[in-house]
Write a protein that binds this ligand. Structure first.
Ligand code: PNS
Length: 169
């Protein structure tokens, strides 16, 4: 069985991520979408919330499974029997970072290959950070995430703002 792993922070999952998941799932028998636990970044959503959003958005894809992982990606890939790592490339600016990660992973685990999908042009500007930035100023994010995720982001940001104003008083 050909199995790949698509790792990331997914904070939150965007239409760009879903495009890669859709296309990635077509070239393998089984695709594991793996949400990184303990990312150095301070995330907006908990790992459980990110996994839940991803499961909601991929429920109609029978060969896609969503899990979370800690530690080294290649260890998780080995543990799950995944021969490939899938990543998306939006622009040339992603390239250097992605090349470094993939070469590091290849050095640690030579039997695992990274496969890149170039992001569809409509999503080349979309990132989780941009979604959070725009939403924090009350801007429209509907072209970057699904309606369900848009609601989750708005609710979360509203909750955060209420918490902050409560702490200030
Ligand atoms: O969505 P992101 O934040 O760009 O995903 C980055 C990710 C999760 C692919 C990367 O940080 C990762 O694989 N982290 C796990 C730790 C690891 O294996 N590091 C070695 C490669 S540098």
């Amino acid at each position: 069985m050909k199995q790949a792993i698509y790792p990331g922070s997914f904070d939150p999952v965007t239409l760009g991520h879903l495009d890669i998941i859709r296309r990635g799932s077509r070239v393998v028998d089984h695709l594991i979408v793996a949400v990184l636990v303990n990312s150095a970044k301070s995330p907006l959503f908990s790992v459980e919330e990110r996994v839940e959003m991803l499961r909601h958005e991929t429920a109609h894809m029978p060969n896609v499974e969503v899990q979370s992982f800690q530690g080294l990606l290649v260890d998780y890939a080995r543990m799950t029997g995944s021969a490939f790592i899938v990543r998306g490339l939006r622009a040339v600016t992603d390239f250097e970072y992605e090349l470094q990660i993939s070469q590091t992973n290849k050095m640690i685990a030579p039997e695992i290959d990274t496969v890149f999908f170039t992001t569809s042009l409509n999503y080349s500007y979309v990132s989780s950070s941009v979604v959070k930035e725009i939403a924090s100023y009350g801007g429209a994010i509907e072209k970057m995430v699904t309606p369900y995720v848009a609601e989750c982001v708005k609710t979360k940001i509203k909750m955060q703002m209420e918490e902050q104003s409560y702490e200030q008083h």
